[in-house]
Every structure is written in structure tokens, then in C-alpha cells.
Design a protein around this ligand. Sequence first.
Ligand code: UDP
Length: 328
Amino acid sequence: MNQLQPKATRALITGGAGFIGSHLAEHLLDQGQEVHVVDDLSTGSIENLDSLRGHPGFGHTIADVREEPLLAELVDRADVVYHLAAAVGVKLIVENPVRTIETNIGCTEVLLRLANKKRKKVIIASTSEVYGKNDAVPFLEDHDLVMGPTSKARWSYACSKAIDEFLALAYHKARGLPVVVARLFNTVGPRQTGRYGMVLPTFALQALQGKPITVYGDGTQSRCFSYVSEVVTALAALAQCEAAVGQVVNVGSQQEISIAALAGLVKEVTGSNSKIVLVPYDQAYEEGFEDMQRRVPEVSKLKGLVGFSPQMGIREIVESVVAYYRER
Ligand code: UDP
């Protein structure tokens, strides 16, 4: 007898050739979903899709998300859209503020308008950067966002992502569009590049190449790093969670480590002879650069909604990233 198979969910991932997007694509395909990636390769890489090509449920289009007719067609064909296309990386943002603002706001605007026309669920990848200089850790989703002045380019990233959040929540409230806003904390793992300033791939490469490990500021600033596989599992789970619709949800780990200690750990795991050097922020980024001292998420909302939060320990994470760079 011919049994009707349940139809696979069709996911569209904007920015799917990026570090997180490509891991998400892999995860969704493993779950039996169909996946289409759209990416302009501005910071993503076609190599990130290598392992997915040839998979029967996978397709990709190289294009800017702001190409409306094309995006309209891709949104039409999808059941759920994961919106990850954005300018990312503090170094890139400080160096290219116009691109940051235009990309982050423009892409989300187009995407939400098109998704709303066809009533498609949208998962918006936002960032812990929106908490800005708030020092009341751990950060709860309804805590205040504390931004620095507009004269400091760094804050354009947080503000542009905050506008994306406002717009997504407005579509939900005013038009009933199903949206989930996921605020991603520092996410790391294989395929992340240090080209846009991210700390762990930068340290791993410096250590493996015997170059100085560059700790910015005095190294007492801290972050909580979560492993990309766990983060994309959380994103996929949020997409399937009815109670998450209309919500802002932190996605991250609560294990905090100072950047100086991270440098030490990378040195230990690689067995490198590299020196750890302190580089003043002004030199690393720009005159008057402002960093966040601590960034720790409250994750009870995520746990309540999907039953888990990223847990992988920092040593295991560093070992995995180092192994990835060693292979290359
Ligand atoms: N950082 C560093 N050395 C580097 C790159 C980054 O000390 O080569 C620091 C950076 O100033 C910040 C932390 O590491 O305090 C995390 O930086 P990243 O850009 O990875 O993420 P952020 O949390 O700033 O978004």
C-alpha cells in the first residue's frame, strides 16, 4: 500500500554560507528537512557548503538578500526562514560602519515584508551585543539595552540589530507574523574565521603559527563561549516551539572565561611557544573603542522553551577549534 509520507519542512537560511548558517543547514538536513541557502558570500564562504552539496534536500543561491524578486520566490518555497544574513565581527563593523547599518537593517526589512506577505515563520538571529554596556549580568531578555554614543562605530552593530528586533516584534504584534528573536552569545566552533576579529579562531591560528597571541585591553574582560552545534540545535528547536513565537530568547552558555585565561588555554591546548601580548584597544580597533567587560546570558527562558541550553565546556570547545585549524 502506498503510504503518504509527511512532507519535509523546507527551511530557507539567509547567510547560510556563513559559519553559523552552514552548521544550521547541516543540522536541519540531518533532521530530514529540506534546506535552501541564500548568501552573497560577503563574509560567508562557498567552502562552508562543500559538505552539503549533493545532498538531495539541499540547494543554494548566491545573491544579496535585498534582491527582492529572487528572495520573494525563495521565501515562497519555504515553510520557515532562518534570517542569519548580517554584517558581523567587531573589526569589520568598526572598519565598515555604512555596510553594517545598511546590510543589517536593509536585509531584515526586505525579508520581514516578504515573509509577512506569505505568512512564513521567521527566526531572527540577533546578538548579545544589543545588551551593550549593561553590567547587570546575567542578562535577562527584558533588561535595558545600554548603548554608547553614535560617534563610536561599534554601537552601530548593536543598534542595527536592535532595530531588526523592534521590526520583527512589530510585525508579530501588529500583523500577527510568527517570529522568534534569538539573541546569540559568543558562538564558536569549526569554520569560524578570525578575519573579522573573532577572538577564538584568531588565538588558535596565532598559537599554531607561533605568532604572538594578541589579548586586547588588559584581558580581564570575559565572555561565555558556546559551541556552534549546540547553538544551531537550539535555533532549530526554537523554530519548532509554538510558545517561542513572539519572544526574544537568549541563546548561549553561562560558563564565563576571561580573555586572558582563554589565551592561556589556547596556548596550553596547542602546546605553542607563542607569547601572550597585551594590545591596547585604541591600537586594536580605533581611538576611544569601548568594550564590554562581561557578557553572561540568563538562559532559563531558553531552557523552559526547548528543554536545554548550550553546555559544552570551554576546554573541549578550544580542542575542537584547534583540531580544525591543525587539519587545515
Ligand atoms: N579580542 C582579543 N584579541 C583578539 C580578538 C578579540 O583580545 O585578537 C577580545 C575582544 O576585544 C573582546 C573579546 O576578545 O573583548 C571577544 O571578541 P570577539 O570579537 O570574538 O567578540 P565580541 O564579544 O567582542 O563580540
